[in-house]
Design a protein around this ligand. Structure first.
Ligand code: IPE
Ligand code: IPE
Ligand code: MG
Length: 259
């Protein structure tokens, strides 16, 4: 058996916790990867797209339900114009080149993030990626583009306040469930595991609400070097964590008693 096959089996080991249903990735370190090699940052972003393809294939093989990738933050617009243009160009290329393969692999694409103010060609592409794959039933690939969690939360608060103002919603009915239902991710389970590459240990405005009980794995690897083995070892680490959600129940016991 090949090394990767035995590792694939290891993450299905019944003695460890369950595999994550939803993995979210902060794909960080493209710029440093390029700088270390004396290459322009754009080259790091190009290689980052290849790493994204590998991650999607691995997620399909590992039968992960949801893979969310942070592709461009609401704050990334503050980067130099040329770099922003390159990143938008790569998103364009990724959807143009990879949508057919994603569709053939039964992947459903979802996009989260602010759409208003986007260039019409980008906005159109995002609509196309979602509509072409809307009936697919395999991996849900959630692309966070022009995404900022604080902005998402503020927009939800604004909509709820408007409904209260119009007399359509009671103030007392606003609880965590009601609020979560107002977020863009309302039909996506919270991420079980959030991976960030590049050694940084922060969320950078990613899924702040949804990450309340996520497990975090921070990897030193720069995103363009992220591969299947790194993905599998992050999942294996996740599976050894005890998720207690504030209670005292050991997950192993609850899992066995549930089966
Ligand atoms: C991640 O790599 C890609 C985006 C944020 C769009 P970076 O470009 O942040 O790479 P570093 O962090 O500068 O190395
Ligand atoms: C987070 O990475 C955003 C994406 C990966 C798209 P950044 O590189 O923008 O985050 P900071 O600036 O290091 O916090
Ligand atoms: Mg970065």
């Amino acid at each position: 058996m090949s090394g990767s096959a035995s590792k694939d089996r290891a993450i299905r080991d019944p003695d460890t916790g369950s595999a994550p249903r939803h993995v979210a990735i902060i794909m960080d370190g493209n710029g440093r990867w390029a700088t270390q090699r004396g290459l322009p940052r754009l080259e790091g972003h190009r290689r980052g797209v290849e790493a994204l393809r590998r991650a999607v294939r691995a997620a399909i093989d590992l039968k992960i339900g949801y893979l969310t990738v942070y592709s461009f933050s609401a704050e990334n617009w503050t980067r130099p114009f040329d770099e922003v243009q390159s990143l938008l160009g790569l998103l364009h290329l990724f959807i143009r080149n990879d949508l057919a393969e994603l569709n053939a692999n039964n992947v459903r694409v979802r996009i989260i993030g602010e759409r208003q103010g986007l260039a019409p060609d980008i906005a159109q592409l995002l609509i196309e990626a979602e509509s072409v794959t809307i009936n697919n039933t395999g991996l849900v690939l959630v692309v966070a583009f022009n995404y900022g969690a604080r902005q998402e939360i503020a927009a939800a608060a604004r909509r709820l306040a408007q409904r209260v103002k119009e007399g359509k919603l009671h103030l007392d009915d606003i609880d965590a469930d009601c609020f979560g239902a107002e977020l863009e991710t309302n039909d996506i389970p919270d991420p079980d595991l959030i991976i960030r590459t590049s050694g940084e240990q922060r969320l950078s405005n990613f899924l702040l609400w949804q990450a309340a009980y996520s497990e975090f794995v921070f990897l030193p690897v720069l995103w363009p070097d992220f591969d299947r083995a790194a993905f599998i070892s992050a999942i294996a680490e996740y599976m050894h964590r005890d998720r207690r959600y504030g209670g005292l129940t050991a997950p192993q016991l609850s899992k066995k008693s549930a089966s």
